[in-house]
Ligand binder design. Structure first.
Ligand code: CMP
Length: 144
């Protein structure tokens, strides 16, 4: 099934000029960019985006990390895009991530893990709408 997912290249990777390498890893696996922008989020925006994690012990630190510098946010489209992007990213903890995944190659720690991806279709809808309006996301009929 054709899907869209929200992908973030986080401050640790953005600051090391890894945006192009990471996009290339998505494109190699047949994921296509549907929309993309650079943001430098405020604390309030990060708290809102990651609100499902607000009770976690790492929330404060995650908020600090995600506001420390610019990020690249994109919508990726393709066959089973949600699970495929999660596979390309690898496990949350780079130490547990499979060989050849983004987090295994570039992640610095469980927090500074270089990339984010939506975990299911409902989350993808929320996360895409958080960053992009309808005009900024190519219509299915035009993109697919
Ligand atoms: P992400 O997939 O974007 O979802 C939530 C983020 O919180 C996660 O990637 C990491 O950046 C961070 N995170 C998850 N678990 C931990 C943890 N145990 N300690 C610190 N940061 C974490």
């Amino acid at each position: 099934m054709q899907e869209r997912t929200l992908a973030i290249i986080k401050p640790d990777a953005f600051s090391r000029n890894l945006v192009g390498s990471i996009i290339a890893m998505a494109e190699e696996k047949q994921l296509s960019m549907v929309s993309g922008k650079v943001f430098h989020l405020t604390r309030q925006q990060v708290e809102s985006f990651y609100s499902v994690h607000r009770d976690k012990s790492f929330f404060e630190s995650l908020t600090r990390f995600m506001t420390e510098g610019p990020i690249f946010v994109m919508v990726l489209g393709g066959e089973e895009a949600i699970s495929l992007w999660r596979k390309i990213m690898g496990a949350t903890d780079p130490g547990q991530a499979e060989e050849g995944t983004i987090r295994q190659r570039f992640g610095e720690s469980i927090e500074r893990n270089s990339v984010h991806g939506s975990d299911d279709p409902e989350t993808a809808r929320f996360e895409i709408g958080f960053f992009f309006n309808a005009l900024e996301v190519v219509e299915e009929s035009n993109a697919d």
